[in-house]
Design a protein around this ligand. Structure first.
Ligand SMILES: Cc1cc2nc3c(=O)[nH]c(=O)nc-3n(C[C@H](O)[C@H](O)[C@H](O)COP(=O)(O)OP(=O)(O)OC[C@H]3O[C@@H](n4cnc5c(N)ncnc54)[C@H](O)[C@@H]3O)c2cc1C
Length: 413
């Protein structure tokens, strides 16, 4: 069989595509698994531009995929890091109520985390937070999650890729998928690096997942709307203001967590990210504009319904993006000592947020299947934390949907 023929092709070498390919290849050693990636390396999009937090599973609705995958994902991620020599730190996270009116929501968050069986979760008083956790915060009461950690997810993705190759799988870079044509019950994947043939396909294309699903004729009714998250970094001499992870009580109507302070494994401390509509799917800079992406967004009815409903939040986010003073004011609610001059412009990430035709931001992970394909259509945060569990889940789904039966040989016909 030529190198370009696979039993299962995975589109996208982000952390979820790689975890899926790693799981498939190690569970079914005889299966020919190939990853098709448009960038020259792994983790070029969301997986390489995130906050690097190993979440513990507090926020998510009990019973949801997010709650189940994240709680288990945190422990499997830390185990994977230990086994593979990837540096990580259990620095802990506090979610702080800074005003009395936030207390009922803080209590509800604590109860949710407890229902999700988040290990070590505690409600702590303001004095306790300042005495033993974060001395510089303004806080009335907080939820403390001591097992929340930090890692560089690019290193995790690189370790997944190494495992795929060691198990006999293939990864093809610089191979942007442009068209999919059905032929004799299989798919011909036309890419910038030539044609690949695959009996089955798993779409993990992140910001382009809806485009790839449409290429394959899947009826999705969703659109990926890109939301940029911008970060500032704390100047070195002010890093003493933050020991670990400091988060506000989030707005329950919005799936993003609010700007927060994040110690990172990259050697600096970040503040952010905000959430502004990006004018390009890969719009990392304010000036980035892609006409087809933009037209696609505004032609989607769900975008207008979302805009009509949440325009105030949208305007506030734009204001905070354009005016550093507004960003700083939000941060000062948590750490009053932070000054504008303590913050330097940092990087950014773009979230692939699926929106339905009614304008709802999909909160939970969304994975759909047809007879010969699986599409990961919504994998927002905590997708990186949960990646090992999502990879296992998709492997189970693939084994069932594609009738992969044999451990030693590909049973796909
Ligand atoms: C700002 C931000 C902060 C976040 N913070 C956290 C956090 O702290 N903790 C956490 O757990 N999660 C976090 N997340 C979420 C996490 O990063 C994502 O859930 C995860 O990275 C999704 O991985 P993915 O593989 O689905 O997508 P991606 O990493 O986006 O990968 C998709 C891949 O598909 C490729 N691709 C797309 N189209 C094609 C095509 N046509 N042909 C070939 N290849 C293609 C892309 O190049 C890309 O490499 C954050 C996300 C963002 C954006």
């Amino acid at each position: 069989m030529p190198d370009s023929t696979f039993d299962v092709a995975v589109i996208g070498a982000g952390i979820i595509g790689l975890s899926t390919a790693m799981n498939l290849q190690t569970r079914f050693p005889g299966l020919r698994v190939g990853v098709i990636e448009k960038a020259p390396g792994v983790a070029s999009q969301q997986s390489g531009h995130n906050s690097g937090v190993i979440h513990s599973g507090i926020y998510y609705k009990p019973g949801s995929f997010k709650a189940r995958f994240c709680v288990e994902g945190r422990s499997s991620m830390t185990r994977f890091c230990e086994e593979n020599g990837i540096p990580f730190e259990r620095c802990g996270k506090v979610i702080i109520a800074t005003r009395k009116d936030e207390l009922p929501r803080l209590q509800a968050l604590y109860e949710r985390g407890a229902a999700n069986q988040v290990e070590g979760l505690q409600l702590v008083s303001g004095d306790e937070v300042r005495d033993r956790i974060e001395p510089h915060v303004n806080v009335i009461k907080a939820v403390w999650a001591p097992n929340t950690g930090i890692v560089d997810f690019r290193k995790v993705a690189a370790a997944y890729a190494k495992r795929i190759l060691e198990a006999g799988g293939k990864i093809h870079f610089n191979a942007k998928l442009r068209r999919v044509v059905g032929k004799n019950g299989a798919s011909v994947l036309e890419t910038r690096a030539g044609e690949f043939h695959a009996k089955r396909v798993i779409n993990c294309a992140g910001l382009h997942a809806d485009v790839v699903a449409n290429m394959m004729g899947a009826k999705t009714d969703l659109r990926i709307i890109p939301f940029r998250g911008e970060y500032y970094t704390l100047r070195k001499e002010r890093e003493n203001l933050v020991r670990g992870l400091i988060y506000p009580v989030p707005n329950p109507a919005f799936p993003f967590l609010g700007v927060h302070f994040t110690k990172t494994m990259k050697g600096f401390t970040e503040a952010g990210p905000n959430a502004v509509l990006a004018m390009a799917r890969e719009g990392y800079e304010k000036r980035d504009f892609n006409l087809p992406d933009f037209l696609g967004t505004i032609a989607f009815p769900g975008f207008w319904r979302l805009t009509m409903r949440d325009w105030k939040t949208g305007m506030m986010e734009i204001n905070r993006s354009l005016r550093k003073s507004v960003f700083v004011r939000d941060l000062q609610r948590m750490i009053p000592e932070v000054r504008k001059e303590d913050l330097q412009s940092g990087g950014s990430g773009v979230r692939a947020q699926a929106v339905d035709r009614s304008g709802n931001l999909l909160d939970d992970f969304r994975i759909e299947r047809t007879k010969d394909a699986i599409h990961v259509l919504n994998a927002p945060s905590p997708g990186a934390t949960s990646s090992l569990v999502i990879g296992r889940y998709i492997t189970d789904l693939a084994a069932e949907t594609f009738a992969i039966r044999d451990k030693a040989h590909s049973a796909l016909s």
